[in-house]
Design a protein around this ligand. Sequence first.
Ligand SMILES: Nc1nc2c(ncn2[C@@H]2O[C@H](COP(=O)(O)OP(=O)(O)OP(=O)(O)O)[C@@H](O)[C@H]2O)c(=O)[nH]1
Length: 380
Amino acid sequence: HSCSLPLIARFDSSATTSELAAKEPAIFTGSEFRNIDDDVPLAQFAVAFDGASWTDPDSTTLMVMQAMLGAYTKGSSGGKHMGLLSEDIIAFAFTSTVKAKRLQSRATEKEQRRLHLPVVNRNIGEEPPFVVVVQGPPQVGKSLVIKSLVKHYTKHKLPEVRGPITIVTGKQRRVQFVECPNDINGMIDAAKFADLALLLIDGSYGFEMETFEFLNIMQNHGFPKVMGVLTHLNKFKDVKKLRKTKQRLKHRFWTEIYDGAKLFYLSRLIHGKYAKREVHNLARFISVMKFHPLSWRKDHPYVLVDRFEDVTPPEKVEQNNKCDRNVTLYGYLRGCNLKKDTKVTWPYTYTRPGYSGKRHQSVPKDWWTEDISEVDIDLS
Ligand SMILES: Nc1nc2c(ncn2[C@@H]2O[C@H](COP(=O)(O)OP(=O)(O)OP(=O)(O)O)[C@@H](O)[C@H]2O)c(=O)[nH]1
């Protein structure tokens, strides 16, 4: 004490702690961390508030309060005048045996109740969107149909279709529109993840190879709901011929799919866009359609990867065809949601030689589907 007094005297000793603090105010640099652990029956939390110097008339009250709540040391750095190291929390120390017993029996009761609870769905986030695949031969109007539907639902003009587009179409429903690429691999992918396939047919030309090809692929890769859409009908000048063609194409469509399969007509093009009323009808059908999980998908889980946090570029994966890197993915496994940050290790990759060389106009590079039927995934 005698040594430190002269040292202190060198400073302006008339200033109180609060005055010193006021000169250089503390900035609270805190953060929040929440960790839900059902095995720990107690919730622990920390509260920070402005303190008062010991000369302050409120200091005694605050000290009593702090003793009741528990204290945190200022030992470790965390800001100018404070620390963040937690100490024993006095608040959790029992002062009476009766209270201790009561708390203990309550904790046991809670634990028992937890054990007897039915398994709750702990999926994080919303349900995956329904995937509507828009398929058809080149130039049939796939992009225009997607643009028109987006415009109908969101009132926004979509200048270009560059990838899957997800839209909220109802309180509990999201729909994702995907343009089906016109190559065999793209069609196989699409047939697997589609909940609904919109088959676009050029009415002025009739059925084309791409439609039959896709129907064939769908037979083998899970048959989603299918609706036909006839476009380019405005090219008919003769009303009688138009009516006859519609009839003929409808019966052909029914033969290919099933009797009574839904077929829409986009018969008018106004300023380069489909007629509002016709788009409205199509959109309403999509909005109210009941989608059922397909039994095929239950046996062949497919993951639709939206976004990789640790992206493995397809090109790289291709080179060493066996990829065992741990990739954190954020996506949907059909039928159940994957937890965010689920660790997935896949032994092989879906990307095939030449993938990067191909022009994937409608699907962004960091988006692809992965067959994970043999992949070890921790879904707990
Ligand atoms: N006359 C007429 N033209 C249409 C109709 N539907 C689309 N088009 C036109 O056909 C062209 C191609 O339309 P897109 O929507 O790009 O067709 P797409 O199927 O996405 O084409 P790809 O991506 O190249 O396969 C555009 O110029 C459209 O305006 C229609 O019903 N009638």
